[in-house]
Ligand binder design. Sequence first.
Ligand code: AMP
Ligand code: MN
Ligand code: MN
Ligand code: MN
Length: 277
Amino acid sequence: MLNVDLHCHSNVSDGVLAPAAVANYAHQAGVNVWALTDHDEVGGVARAREAATGLGMRFVAGVEISITWANETVHIVGLQIDENNQALVQGLASTRNGRDARGREMADQLAKAGIAGAYEGALKYVDNPDLMSRTHFARYLVECGACANIPEVFRKYLTEGKPGYVPHRWASLTQAVGWIRGAGGIAVIAHPGRYKFTPVQQGALFDEFKQLGGTAIEVVTGSHTPDQYGVYAEHARRYGFLASRGTDFHAPGESRVDFAMLPPLPGNLTPVWHDWF
Ligand code: AMP
Ligand code: MN
Ligand code: MN
Ligand code: MN
């Protein structure tokens, strides 16, 4: 039986485990087709591939690209990419630019809200200096007692209208899909249920994505509620998108859904991996 997980993070972005350790963790939970999809960075792919193939898993090279669409941040996953493709590598490097300055601004805002030392505090959790993320701040806000857990952090801080939110202009949809396709990959809209779009905006995103050559959306993801599995299965069928599945794993015990807890894709969908093996 295939147990496919196509969305995971290592400490090359905002996960806590090194790429080989994520491979181990996924393998122990029964995953046998696995992708590492770090945010805006492919630096962990070679180590992940080596570990995964050593464990007998099928490995899929991936990335999760941050874009700005209709003034919102959207994530586009790329699967089966050539991680050495120069346009992709350079595009990702340009996207990562500015994360450190953004982190300093986030810390300034948090200081004004009474939380001191957040830049240094978050930095302790950062392994890749190019990739300071809101997740690293969230871990510090839990550590210093400002919040009890990560979901509470994102309810009270770091999101639009709350202290510590610094808007950022990421890549465009056209760039992200272009980089992925140029690197031989498949573009997938990550956790479509997480964006605060109206139905009309969401439809426009799907249409534009499809026009650019995007072919898949995530249906079963740790970033969806169980209700949303059905909702996005229906969207995948209606738009003719392939369906993807992945935990969006960041750390043991931290993510809402761990590997073994994720249900299979609902029926009557074409999995994004249908023609891979
Ligand atoms: P950044 O790329 O720095 O804006 O950070 C985005 C990351 O923050 C996402 O990839 C998630 O790991 C995390 N994140 C954002 N919103 C939430 C949320 N509501 N709950 C948990 N993690 C979140
Ligand atoms: Mn993340
Ligand atoms: Mn994401
Ligand atoms: Mn993710």
